[in-house]
Design a protein around this ligand. Sequence first.
Ligand SMILES: Cc1cc2nc3c(=O)[nH]c(=O)nc-3n(C[C@H](O)[C@H](O)[C@H](O)COP(=O)(O)O)c2cc1C
Length: 211
Amino acid sequence: MKKITKVLTSLGVAALALTASCSQPNQSTAGENTSKADAAQIVLDNIMTRTSIRQFTSQPIAKDTLDMIVKAGMAAPTAMNKQPWAFVVVTEKEVLDSLGAVHPYSNLKTATAAIIVCGDMEKAATDFAREYWIQDCSAATENILLAAHALGIGAVWCGVYPNPKVMPEVKRVLSLPSWVIPLNIITMGYPEAASQPKDKWVPENVHYQKW
Ligand SMILES: Cc1cc2nc3c(=O)[nH]c(=O)nc-3n(C[C@H](O)[C@H](O)[C@H](O)COP(=O)(O)O)c2cc1C
């Protein structure tokens, strides 16, 4: 609880610093510069320390917390600002178990919640741009993973689309309408143990100006 309060306080500092930087772009003081640097470091630390978590304690996640996490998902960028998504929040054990039964790698055994990020084809763009829903919903997913991590909650992205066997089963379990496609199941809960993030920095993967 102490850790969450600390993180929330830190996020508050980040939000305040960002507000200050937006409203007064040319009037920063030494104090503001320091808090801006602190805020940036908090955000970067959150990105660099996120890692997939697959084992959870039995502590439930409060509805307010889940709503805040979904709100972070909806803050993601989308092509032409279409926001072609829908989010199914599951906390009932029976539904979690049914999802676990149709997705062999969903790690739902000890999970206390799951968010299923879905593409809504009635909101998606047309022609070739329809496929942007995948990127839009992936951006929302990463926001959700980072928000969960900031709040001390463990999570793992479990792919559903484009698996031809798992997709229809997830649709059936959740009673999704025909125009809604489940992209993934984000399995969630409070972490059973601390996990070490992977170091994925490979300088050779970066090309400057041209390949
Ligand atoms: C599209 C996609 C599908 C994934 N599907 C699964 C899955 O079905 N089950 C699982 O345990 N992890 C799944 N993962 C999580 C990856 O295994 C994990 O992100 C990767 O090993 C890197 O580890 P990290 O998240 O700790 O950095 C998936 C991740 C992505 C992006």
